[in-house]
Write a protein that binds this ligand. Structure first.
Ligand code: AMP
Length: 279
């Protein structure tokens, strides 16, 4: 596996593969099985796979969250070697942003609800870094997890806005045995907390399978009561939103497919998850 820290080096290397397809997986490190599944998918569908490890300061609206974000580059590189990744791109902040960036994207509702409402500026920061990566690497396909469903929707919209040829591929959510969606942030949970965190996906599962028997407001109350049963949980939001527009809805009519979305803080660790509502 090639490891590059500078834009110049990675670009020089990639020019050799001019005619080949490049698959790209953007990560913030502290890699786990879900990240590796994205790499594997990219390897199946492309000639070469590039994985970036970059904790993007622009997408953190709280400094404390950025400082606490888990970092373990050596273990990440070992994992990437094992999975057969071709190129690890590990740039510094200065390399990614040599000059001040002051871009303001407008994704409308997609970036205003849920994560957008609770993490102001987050999606603008995500769009800035992804545009920069696309500019540097010019990938054929880029792989993003449905765990960050709203991010995936924003990136699809970004690609349209930029008139970019990069094909965005959404990949299913990887979960622990107890249902907890895998996340780098889970590293900050104790074994007991990880066990408890499985309750979030179990509650989402109940919601996703009870469309026919409950109104949305009943399910919202049910979910919030369920989270309140455990004092370590602090529910940030729970919404049922239209799958395409991501507009939160209060009534099943008028939306063909829906997804339940939540963000829950568990002892200071922010966990997000979502599940498709079964019709
Ligand atoms: P991150 O390092 O958290 O920025 O994640 C890098 C990529 O991995 C993003 O596209 C995430 O959506 C994806 N990802 C993270 N966790 C999961 C998961 N549990 N299942 C599927 N994709 C994931």
């Amino acid at each position: 596996m090639q490891i590059f820290k500078t834009v110049k080096e990675v670009q020089e290397y990639l020019t050799k593969f001019n005619t080949k397809s490049i698959g790209f997986v953007a990560t913030m490190g502290a890699l786990h099985e879900a990240h590796f599944s994205l790499i594997e998918r990219s390897k199946e569908e492309n000639d070469i796979t590039v994985c970036s490890i970059f904790v993007n300061p622009k997408q953190f609206n709280k400094k404390e969250d950025l400082i606490k974000y888990p970092r373990n580059v050596d273990a990440d590189l070992d994992g990437l070697r094992k999975v057969g990744c071709d190129i690890a791109f590990v740039p510094s902040v200065e390399e990614m942003y040599p000059a001040k960036v002051q871009k303001e994207f407008d994704f409308g509702l997609l970036s205003e609800v849920m994560e957008g409402e609770h993490r102001p500026g987050h999606f603008n920061g995500v769009a800035i870094v992804i545009e920069r990566f696309f500019e540097i690497l010019n990938p054929t396909r880029a792989y993003f997890g449905e765990k960050d469903y709203q991010q995936l929707a924003v990136i699809k919209s970004l690609v349209e806005k930029l008139n970019s040829s990069v094909k965005i591929v959404g990949c299913p959510i990887f979960r622990e045995k107890n249902g907890l969606a895998m996340s780098s942030r889970n590293e900050r949970l104790s074994t007991e907390e990880k066990e408890l965190a499985g309750e979030i996906s179990k509650a989402l599962k109940f919601v996703s399978t009870n469309r026919d028997t409950h109104t949305i407001s009943e399910l919202k109350n049910w979910f919030s009561n369920k989270m309140n049963e455990h004092e370590l949980f602090d529910l940030e939001y729970f919404e049922i939103a239209d799958e395409a527009s991501l507009k939160p809805i209060n009534n099943w009519l008028g939306s063909e497919k829906q997804i339940a979305f939540t963000a829950v803080n568990l002892n200071g660790v922010r966990l997000i998850d979502n599940m498709t509502i079964i019709n």
